[in-house]
Design a protein around this ligand. Structure first.
Ligand SMILES: C[S@@+](CC[C@H](N)C(=O)[O-])C[C@H]1O[C@@H](n2cnc3c(N)ncnc32)[C@H](O)[C@@H]1O
Length: 241
């Protein structure tokens, strides 16, 4: 991946993965958070979900982090005047990097799988207090017989079905509070602004960007072709011990 052209195409998009505000409201509702809850948005990208997390319960505080400096800078600017939100750079894969705060909830949209499901669940468990809640979206096959295009969409990631994800979460020491598929509207909320940016950049005719523009456009097209077979499962689960 050429990250410099990737970030030129993805610059200033409202979100970097599929999801809606309603997903966040659903998950925080299931979590039954206390007033003044401390919530982490792990791998928050440009921070699309942060405001809704901060409104989950009175007095909620949100710590949002991401590995990429560009997204961290975007969030710092976005939440400069929001005292209940703090932003930092941290790498999920570096345990020493992770914020040492006993979170009531960790929200992790479209990123836990970069660590692999089992390892990601273990890392998150370590950052939650007993009884606290993890909500995350994970690649999921919605059928037991996904076609080659649906499998190829996740580029070799060992994508499971809904039952497989639930089994892994339970085995990792969590109690499932709820699951649901991320809706097509959630995917379009990611892809449509990206496609608008692709059009703008194509019109500017910068040949350096052509390959990345094609790659990003293809991802959206590929998802539309396989969306009935594969997507994200959003899971809300409580750390049991
Ligand atoms: C698919 S995007 C989702 C971003 C955001 N949660 C959203 O829904 O808009 C994945 C995010 O994970 C971040 N990321 C990837 N690996 C990471 C890691 N090891 N530590 C922290 N962030 C990471 C990326 O920089 C990117 O912002």
């Amino acid at each position: 991946m050429d990250w410099s052209t990737f970030f030129e195409v993805h610059k200033d998009l409202p979100r970097e993965g599929p999801g809606t505000a309603e997903d966040v409201v659903w998950a925080t509702g299931l979590a039954g958070l206390p007033e003044g809850a401390v919530i982490c948005d792990a791998a928050a990208g440009p921070g699309a979900d942060v405001e809704v997390l901060a409104q989950a319960v009175p007095g909620a505080r949100v710590l949002a982090f991401d590995k990429q400096e560009g997204f961290v800078a975007q969030m710092r600017a976005r939440f400069l005047d929001t005292p209940d939100v703090s932003v930092q750079r941290a790498d999920l894969a570096e345990t020493a990097d992770l914020p040492r705060v006993p979170f009531d909830m960790i929200w992790c949209a479209g990123a836990l799988y970069f660590l692999g499901l089992e390892h990601g669940l273990e890392v998150m468990r370590g950052a939650l207090k007993p009884g606290a809640v993890l909500a995350f979206s994970e690649p999921c096959h919605f059928t037991d017989t996904p076609g080659p295009e649906a499998c190829a969409f996740w580029e070799g990631y060992p994508t499971r079905n809904r039952l497989g994800i639930v089994a892994a979460v339970t085995a990792a020491g969590y109690e499932i509070l709820g699951t649901r598929d991320v809706s097509d509207a959630g995917w379009e909320a990611y892809y449509q602004p990206m496609e608008a940016r692709i059009e703008t950049l194509r019109a500017q005719g910068d040949a350096r960007l052509t390959d990345m523009l094609d790659l990003c456009a293809k991802e959206a097209e590929d998802w539309r072709a396989v969306r009935s077979e594969t997507g994200y499962l959003l899971t809300v689960a409580r750390r049991v011990s």
